[in-house]
Ligand binder design. Sequence first.
Ligand code: SAM
Length: 221
Amino acid sequence: MTDARITAVINFVREGSRVADVGADHGYLSIELAASGRAKFVTATEKNLQPLQAARKNISAAGLDNLIDTRHGDGLQVLSAGEVDTICIAGMGGALITKILDESPEVVQSARQLILQPMNASDKVRAWINENGWAVDDEDLAQVAGIIYEIISAVKSSEVTPKKFKRASSPLTKKFLSQRAQKLRRVLDEMSKSPEARTSEKFFATRDALNALQREIDGLT
Ligand SMILES: C[S@@+](CC[C@H](N)C(=O)[O-])C[C@H]1O[C@@H](n2cnc3c(N)ncnc32)[C@H](O)[C@@H]1O
């Protein structure tokens, strides 16, 4: 069963890709990628046996065993360098996403695109991208049951070409940025209560981040 979040991830996958779906869970992303023909082949990895078995069942029921390989294991560690050109890691926290990428440098290096959908700490994911020779080449937002998710596509920094991000024309952008600004305001309010916190570096960095965010919101039409 796909939803707007999974669809937004799929929309970033290039036609004919060999995709790793890391943390495949029920296998819906893998199934949709293979069924739509967008991916030429999918390798679905899953650390936990129960979701892996569910994914295998769903993949067989969809008649896609010939297009999706399932592997039991941690992150990208069950793949070899060069096996996939696109790595999707969706529905996990930002810290776990960067850990998975850090633990398999050869597999990551051999890919040409990363599609990452962090459930939190997207700043950590962005920092990882910038510090490891990659660059964000597109971004989108998707809303499911009132929650807005960020989807980030990255390519090697030498391959990036300037373009208008999908997110820029998303009707969700204003709501998403306003929610984020609200969170920062709450953090600043809390910090203001302590003399030590309100003179800390973190306080000034958060205030700068809020100001930048507010400028971005004000600049939206
Ligand atoms: C919340 S689900 C997200 C499923 C799917 N990727 C999606 O976006 O809908 C996270 C899945 O990742 C799996 N997982 C967590 N850590 C993992 C790891 N290090 N390697 C592989 N799978 C992992 C969990 O067992 C779970 O099935």
